[in-house]
Each structure stands twice: as C-alpha cells, then as structure tokens.
Design a protein around this ligand. Sequence first.
Ligand code: NAP
Length: 241
Amino acid sequence: MNPFSLEGRTALVTGANAGIGQAVAVSLARAGAHVVAAGRTPCDETAALTGGETMILDFADPMAARDAFSARPVDILVNNAGTIRRADAEEFSEADWDEVMGVNLKALFFTSQAFAKAAFARKAGGRIVNIASLLSFQGGVRVVSYTASKHGVAGVTRLLANEWAARGINVNAVAPGYVETANTAPLRADPERSKAILDRIPAGRWGAPSDIAEAVVFLASPAAAYVHGAILNVDGGWLAR
Ligand code: NAP
C-alpha cells in the first residue's frame, strides 16, 4: 500500500474557500481523500476542484463546529481558518484581540474537541493538522493577537498530542512561512517590506499555497503514523537563518 495515499479517508478543512485552505483541500483530494470544504460561505469553487462537498462553519461563533462531526465520520481535520488584525500594540483594540483569538485559537481547540469526541465515540483514530505560523515562534510587529493566538496553536498542538497519541489521534501542525495569499497581500503591496522579507528567505521566493498543502498531506497520511506533536516549518528556510 502507498503510505502517502488517503484513499477511503474523509477530510474536513476549515477556511477552505481560498488560499492555503483551498490548496490543502485540492492536495488531500489528489491523494485520494473525500473532502468536506468548510467555510463561512459555501466553498463551491473548492468543492468543484475536489469533487467533494461543502459545509458552512463560521467561527464568528468559535463553537460553530460542535455538531460538524455527528452527521458523517471524519478521519482528518485540518484547522486552517485564521484571521489577522494589524495595529500598533499601544492602540490595539479589545475587538481585534477577541476576534483573532476566537477564530485562530478558541475555534481551533473546540473544533478539535468535537472531532475527537466523535472519533472516540466510534472507536476510531484520526489526524488533526493545525496551521500554525512563523509567529508561533517569533514575535512579529503590529499583530499582537495573531502572535498570541499562533503561539497558542503550538502549545495546544503539543498538549493534544500528549493526551490523544495513545488514543489513536495524531495531532501535528504545519508552520507556513510567507505564502502568497490574501493574508499577506498588504506585505507584498509594500515594496520595502516585501524586499526585506524576500532577502531573508533562503529559498529566494515566497511560498505557494501548494507548498503548505503537500506538507499537510504528509502529516495526514499513514507515512506520518509515528509523528505526534510536531510543528513542521514550511518556510523556505526562514527559521534556519
Ligand atoms: P486567507 O486566504 O485569508 O485564508 C484565511 C481563511 O480563514 C479563509 O478561508 C477565511 O474565510 C477563513 N476565515 C477567516 N475568518 C473566519 C471565520 N470567522 N470563520 C471561518 N473561517 C474564517 O489566508 P491564508 O494565508 O490562506 O490563511 C490560512 C491559514 O494560514 C491561516 O490560519 C493563517 O494564519 C495561516 N498562515 C498564513 C501565512 C501566509 O503567509 N499566508 C503564514 C502563516 C500562517 P474568508 O475567505 O471567508 O475570510
């Protein structure tokens, strides 16, 4: 059997309408998975690309996924949905703190909890792949709630791996570097910032969403059976500098 095949598995990807989430959905489908593309609006384009289905999950309510795993067995959960707010720390608002923490961290944990409860109830294992960030390790500037949330994602990934590894669920994360998506459009629109970033990336280019997606497929696959609590940097070498 091909240890990288996801034939016969069902995967749910949050924030799957665009960017990294859409690329993850496409790569999981290419590896053989049936993909449920979740978004706050219907992910029709992603469903067409994957031949899978779509469902609404809007993490304006971080508990939105409480029933997402009761209708169908899901083997692989990719917690990709994420948001970012930029402002100087001294001016940063409570609303920008709460919204980012709600989507990036609270929803990630409670979606994982709902997934695990459903898996344990049917005596099955599974895979959780969280999308972390370079700001799971570094401080960044003007993005305090994003940095706090992504440091939290690293910690929650390790904690859940500790609790669930022996129960058949592998919990890991991929930490993308600078990837060309809507999330980084303001950085790429600023020529100075863009050049400074590019000059520091050993690979000499920004990441593509597919670079991240293929690493997610690995962590979701039988090939990663003994990988627990890892945070896989996919950053063109940024953190090696
Ligand atoms: P993106 O295109 O902005 O994608 C973000 C996704 O999250 C979109 O599908 C978005 O849906 C969804 N989302 C935002 N708020 C939501 C909410 N309240 N409920 C449900 N879904 C929500 O940016 P991206 O770069 O692909 O980001 C995907 C993940 O990668 C995020 O976790 C991000 O932090 C992480 N990441 C990105 C980079 C990078 O360089 N691009 C680097 C490190 C980590 P809408 O389209 O409806 O807003």
